[in-house]
Design a protein around this ligand. Structure first.
Ligand SMILES: *Cc1c(COP(=O)(O)O)cnc(C)c1O
Length: 397
């Protein structure tokens, strides 16, 4: 990753096809678009690839999560259990739906600990939102059983995990709904884009209406569309979907490159004392966008990240210090700094994040280092970088 590393003529051709008609929107203009429906084409291709009954493209992954929550009926008064290690979009979307994000610890799988998720359940819990972090599956069997046993919805944040599977099933197709992101830094990119996957006709229909101002899309004239409920505008454009079509056709190539590069790095680093690889619930289904390992301590993890960067690897992540991905630096959420006033019901329902104990997550994330597997590396470059990194880690650890 990311997919933009291997842009070529295919993306340009797709954009040209859209510009030949000039119809940049997914709805309407049937006669003028000369049979070109780039968003529909991408939705069908993602459905065929993943086996999902319905796919709805959205403007981005955050919009996909928000729309999915609303479509599933999550709203004010509902609690949604999310992990402490994710991208801010996970809690942003819960807040946008008017619901309450409850943060639960992660374990060595880098996603929700099933035990922590169980402990976070209250009579107000409506959904569990596991995140398939860094390209690979969460402990989705256990989390799915936990949701079923407690009558809760399961929404998978698979925004970082397009191409990943769990026991042969595409990530994002296991829960009541799942979401992908195709933003600029993901393995497959639209520039900006997202998708909702679901097997439920009702969830799909509600999502489809909500993401387009509540329009029921029953007739040809948008001005005469009926509205079952109010909605919002989370639509993707034909131009973004066009890029996505070109990228999706290369997805298997991208995954093969990532897997090969990851094997090269893993082989090189596996002999290094102190390096312990991330726990993968299904190693076969790893999209291999990152190689992630744990160092023995916070200090040695910091030193490892520095050493890997110094040996020439771009894209080394020490998540514990990252403002986007880990609860430690989510000061805006913890201090309730909202851009506009929220209702007192919503604010009063929030837990005291500042007083909460996330030490179990700290113990995992403070020792964690990820290396992004670049698509642009030649085999030779990957081998050389992996060797240098292994050497640097030997002296750092
Ligand atoms: C990228 C990402 C998102 C949001 O996607 P955008 O398309 O950037 O809005 C949500 N969750 C996770 C875990 C992500 O990595």
């Amino acid at each position: 990753m990311p997919g933009y590393e291997l842009f070529d003529e295919a993306e340009k051709r797709q954009i040209d096809e859209v510009m030949e008609t000039g119809i940049l929107t997914r709805y309407g203009y049937a006669e003028r678009r000369r049979g070109r429906w780039k968003v529909r084409e991408l939705e069908s291709a993602i459905a065929a690839r993943t086996g999902a009954k319905h796919v709805l493209m959205t403007a981005d992954g955050t919009a996909a999560l928000t729309t999915a929550l609303v479509a599933l009926g999550v709203g004010a008064g509902d609690e949604v259990v999310i992990p402490t290690f994710t991208f801010v979009a996970s809690f942003e979307s819960v807040l946008a739906a008017g619901a309450t994000p409850i943060l639960a610890d992660v374990d060595e799988s880098l996603s929700l600990s099933p035990d922590a998720a169980r402990e976070a359940i209250t009579p107000r819990t409506k959904a569990i939102l596991p995140v398939h972090m860094c390209g690979a599956a969460a402990k989705i069997d256990e989390l799915s059983n936990l949701a079923k046993k407690n009558g809760l919805l399961l929404l998978e944040d698979a925004c970082q995990a397009f191409g990943g599977t769990y026991r042969g099933r595409a990530l994002g197709t296991i829960g009541d709904a799942g979401c992908y992101s195709f933003d600029f830094n993901k393995t497959v990119t639209c520039g900006e884009g997202g998708a909702i996957l679901t097997n439920s006709d009702e969830t799909y229909k509600r999502a489809e209406m909500y993401h387009d101002h509540g329009h029921d899309h029953e007739g040809e004239d948008r001005g005469l569309d009926g509205h079952l409920f109010t909605g919002y505008n989370y639509r993707i454009s034909e131009l973004h979907a066009a890029i996505g079509n070109a990228q999706l056709a290369k997805a298997d190539r991208f995954l093969a490159i990532q897997r090969e590069n990851k094997k090269t790095f893993k082989d090189a680093l596996s002999g290094v004392p102190g390096v312990e690889f991330r726990e993968l619930p299904d190693p076969e289904g790893d999209s291999a966008s990152f190689l992630t390992f744990f160092a023995p301590t916070e200090a040695s993890a910091r030193a490892s990240a520095k050493a890997a960067t110094a040996s020439g690897v771009e894209g080394v992540f020490y998540w514990y210090d990252n403002n986007w991905h880990y609860v430690r630096n989510w000061g805006h959420l913890k201090n309730r700094r909202f851009a506009h006033a929220l209702s007192s019901d919503i604010t009063n329902a929030l837990p005291d994040y500042l007083a909460s104990d996330y030490s179990a997550s700290d113990a995992v994330v403070s020792r964690c280092v990820s290396i992004a597997m670049k698509l642009g590396w030649t085999k030779h470059e990957a081998g050389e970088l992996a060797g240098k990194t292994a050497e640097a880690l030997r002296s750092a650890l």
